[in-house]
Design a protein around this ligand. Structure first.
Ligand code: FPP
Length: 236
């Protein structure tokens, strides 16, 4: 089986998972962290090299203050709890997004975790936090324009890409969105130009190894042509 080297995931459905069990939304997010832990291990076992997850979007700042604070506290706790395990299993951690919107202590804590996994190379976990693709593209345009003005880059030589948050990371091969919605929600718009899209109604906390394998099996049934003709086509 051809295993996608980079999988991106929109982890949707934590709130509904909690509601269906008569629990608080926060418990759904905590279950979401456990699902992420299991999925990371399963993806690494299958040979996936990059896993990018949408943990918190720019738009999520508009959720009620209580939920935002609870999510930030959950991220901080999870980083403390899991960083030693990440190091032990060779997981390199990276964040993409506008971390300047986080408290200074919180940001320093995240960057410390990133530094401690710098030598790891089994799989890279990229966490999109305070991220939106339009924010990223706007920033990349501004920086690219500046680099062209300073004659450091040529405007016809793609001055945008070096300034994307994902610089140096290959584009995702497969996007998985759980929770039943079928949209991209401002996630990696530039990078997903040729990504295969897979939608499942499974709520994120329930996402299992079998669900991951089903997504990869579906990916294997796709023919990726990147705008070219099929391999079998022999017409001149
Ligand atoms: C969407 O569910 C999920 C989120 C906004 C948060 C996702 C975060 C995690 C799973 C934790 C990740 C942890 C780390 C350490 C990176 P929702 O609340 O929109 O669910 P709903 O659509 O059912 O309401």
């Amino acid at each position: 089986m051809n295993v996608p080297q980079h999988i991106a995931i929109i982890m949707d459905g934590n709130g509904r998972w909690a509601l269906a069990r008569g629990k608080e939304r926060g418990e759904g997010h905590a279950a979401g962290v456990r699902a992420l832990h299991d999925t990371l291990r399963n993806a690494a076992d299958l040979g996936v090299r990059h896993l990018t997850v949408y943990a918190f979007s720019t738009e999520n700042w508009n959720r009620p203050r209580g939920e935002v604070d609870a999510l930030m506290a959950l991220f901080a706790e999870s980083i403390t709890q899991y960083t030693p395990k990440l190091v032990e299993s060779g997981v390199k951690l990276r964040f993409i997004g506008d971390l300047s919107r986080l408290g200074a202590d919180h940001k320093a804590h995240l960057l410390q975790a990133v530094a401690s996994t710098a030598e790891c190379n089994t799989i890279t976990l990229i966490v999109a936090l305070s991220y939106s693709a339009r924010w990223e593209l706007n920033k990349a345009f501004v920086n690219g324009l500046e680099a062209c003005r300073n004659k450091q880059l040529n405007p016809y030589d793609n001055p945008i890409e070096p300034f994307l948050e994902t610089a140096g990371i290959p584009d995702p091969d497969l996007l998985i969105r759980t929770g039943g919605e079928q949209r991209i929600s401002n996630f990696l718009l530039y990078q997903m130009a040729y990504t295969e899209l897979y939608f499942t109604s499974t709520l994120w906390p329930d996402f299992s190894k079998a669900d991951l394998e089903a997504a990869i099996k579906d990916f294997n049934s796709r023919e990726r042509r990147y705008g070219a003709l099929p391999d079998t086509d022999t017409t001149p």
